[in-house]
Design a binder for this molecule. Structure first.
Ligand code: TYD
Length: 191
């Protein structure tokens, strides 16, 4: 099973992924943790480009779209392998991040055609202003107007693709509990 946490920057994905992983292990599952962008060569290039002041312009967004797709393609082998070994894969972001952050969804779908989609997506939904107050923006995606738009894209994607939405304006423990309530019947453990 491949489970993914999605959400805007500052929605608390990394913290929740760490808590989720620990909980799944206490339930007796073998957990394989992944995050996007990864540390592959395209992933490192992505991190460099995200600090470019023109990161949200259409040209750089297209370059990023391609790099994210390449980075993800490399990651897919590892995910398939983990699943073959019976591990549960939990991921910080997925192909849906590209649909939420980059322009031109049709083209994004095309360049991600061979990417394995997560079995379950949990959207950590948070107000853009609240999210921004949680970190000091270093990347150029971390600005209020852009993040507000990305949040709207996520809510639209959630409706179309049956994401499970968790209110991430709440405190860390409450969000974790909500994630557990969603997941336990689906994994058939720790119910
Ligand atoms: P992020 O999850 O914030 O990584 P980290 O916590 O390690 O900095 O991801 C970095 C940025 O990349 C974030 O602003 C979202 C963006 N992003 C996209 O624009 N498209 C994508 O496909 C992915 C996976 C991420």
């Amino acid at each position: 099973m491949y489970v993914c946490l999605e959400g805007i920057d500052g929605s608390g994905k990394s913290t929740q992924l760490a808590m989720l992983g620990e909980w799944l292990e206490t339930c007796g599952l073998e957990v394989f943790r992944v995050f996007e962008p990864t540390e592959s060569p395209p992933g490192l290039l992505i991190r460099e480009m995200l600090t470019d002041s023109k990161a949200t312009t259409p040209h750089i967004q297209r370059i990023l779209g391609l790099l994210f797709a390449a980075d993800r393609m490399i990651l897919m082998d590892k995910i398939r392998n983990a699943e073959k070994q019976g591990q549960i894969v939990i991921s910080d972001r997925s192909f849906y991040s590209s649909l939420a952050y980059q322009d031109d969804p049709e083209w994004i779908l095309e360049i991600n055609r061979y990417i394995k989609k997560p079995d379950l997506v949990i959207l950590l939904d948070v107000d853009a202003k609240k999210a921004l107050s949680r970190f000091e923006g270093k990347d150029h995606f971390e600005n209020p107007k852009f993040l507000k738009k990305v949040r709207e894209n996520y809510l639209e994607l959630a409706q179309k693709n049956n994401f499970l939405v968790v209110n991430a304006n709440n405190g860390v423990r409450k969000v974790h509990e909500d994630i557990k309530i969603i997941l336990s019947p689906r994994i058939g453990r720790c119910v």
